[in-house]
Design a protein around this ligand. Structure first.
Ligand SMILES: *[C@@H]1O[C@H](CO)[C@@H](O)[C@H](O)[C@H]1NC(C)=O
Ligand SMILES: *[C@@H]1O[C@H](CO)[C@@H](O)[C@H](O)[C@H]1NC(C)=O
Ligand SMILES: *[C@@H]1O[C@H](CO)[C@@H](O)[C@H](O)[C@H]1NC(C)=O
Ligand SMILES: *[C@@H]1O[C@H](CO)[C@@H](O)[C@H](O)[C@H]1NC(C)=O
Length: 306
């Protein structure tokens, strides 16, 4: 993955900048992290008084959730919109406040969601319906076919095109994540740059939590014949991440459909490091009863690994 390598190389150069007291000349990065290098640093939500520059750490949305779906169909199979074999799919990267509450659609000047949900915010403001070009056009403008291909494989919508879902996730959540604020990008900002950065950051966070493989390693694989339990699911993931994620179930707690990984982030969402934490939301899956991790039909899946 070229993207991942670039990110790692970048983090190393920032770290050296701080070790040598800023003597190394720091390249013009976007967002501009120069001011972050000499600041006291903490994981988000762990010392809010220390985090003054909200471009350096997600603030106040420092409880970061990487969320994923397990679904067995997309509804657009005939158009080729299928699920990746051997993998859960991306839902998003959400900035909860440290107390678990959250903001949404924080900057309506960056509203790219054709089907806002909710349509009206708690303060009564109506979220305008976006009718412009899909966010995939932004990705293409930045020459990021690699990112677009990855998203087409792993960031899958249900009942509507993938691109609508990506626009929804950006406008509902990333506009409330301070490190993607346009102001953090300084004078060299290129329009939609932070949208691309958000998609990259979400993909990078998703890579940290290979749910399908972590469950399979514990002997838990999709089956329409044998059910599993919430405790088995939790233990399997805890053994690999050190923390219990949120599992979501539909059908009155019996059908596994979601997982949310909670974390605090050191540095920015673009380049920083995640510390995985126990979920602060109680699971919606049955505590004692069977939990079904359903098999997908072949017609809803496709091979995307190389
Ligand atoms: C980045 O921020 C630093 C410190 O805030 C500032 O001195 C520098 O000019 C900025 N660089 C760019 C390219 O905006
Ligand atoms: C939080 O950060 C401030 C400013 O750097 C520091 O004085 C304080 O000791 C820190 N508190 C904790 C609990 O680390
Ligand atoms: C949902 O599950 C609960 C707890 O397992 C059970 O008591 C309840 O009857 C179920 N409701 C329905 C509609 O099946
Ligand atoms: C397994 O069950 C789910 C839910 O009923 C269904 O959507 C799926 O097609 C089934 N898979 C297979 C391989 O039969």
């Amino acid at each position: 993955m070229i993207t991942t390598l670039t990110v790692i190389a970048f983090s190393v150069s920032v770290a050296q900048g701080s070790i040598f007291g800023n003597q190394l000349s720091i390249p013009n990065t976007s967002p501009n992290l120069t001011a972050c290098v000499d600041q006291p640093s903490f994981f988000s939500c762990e010392n809010s008084t220390a985090i003054k520059n909200t471009c350096c750490s997600p603030t106040p949305g420092g409880l970061v959730l990487q969320t994923q779906f397990w679904s067995t169909w997309t509804g657009l199979e005939k158009k080729g919109q299928k699920l990746p074999k051997g993998s859960w799919t991306i839902h998003g990267l959400w900035p909860d406040n440290c107390d678990g509450s959250f903001e949404q659609y924080c900057d309506l000047s960056r509203q790219y969601d054709p089907t806002p949900s909710p349509k009206v915010l708690p303060n009564g403001i109506v979220v305008p319906i976006y009718k412009g070009p899909g966010v995939d056009t932004f990705i293409k403008q930045f020459g990021r076919q690699d990112l677009l291909t990855y998203m087409e494989n792993y960031w899958i919508n249900q009942g509507a095109p993938n691109v609508d879902f990506w626009g929804h996730e950006f406008s509902k959540h990333a506009t409330c994540t301070s490190t993607f604020d346009v102001a953090c990008y300084g004078p060299t900002y290129k329009k939609h740059q932070e949208v691309i950065d958000f998609f990259d950051a979400t993909v990078r966070a998703f890579h940290q939590y290979p749910t399908f493989d972590m469950l399979a390693a514990a002997g838990i694989t999709p089956s329409n014949k044998t059910s599993t339990t919430l405790t088995k699911l939790q233990n399997a993931i805890k053994s690999q991440t050190g923390a219990v994620p949120y599992f979501g179930c539909s059908n009155n707690g019996t059908v596994l459909s979601e997982v949310w990984y909670f974390s605090h982030v050191y540095g920015t969402e673009q380049f920083g490091t995640y510390k995985t934490l126990d979920s602060s939301s109680p699971s919606s899956c049955s505590k004692d009863g069977p939990v079904w991790y359903h098999e997908r039909t072949g017609a809803s899946e496709r091979e995307v690994r190389h």
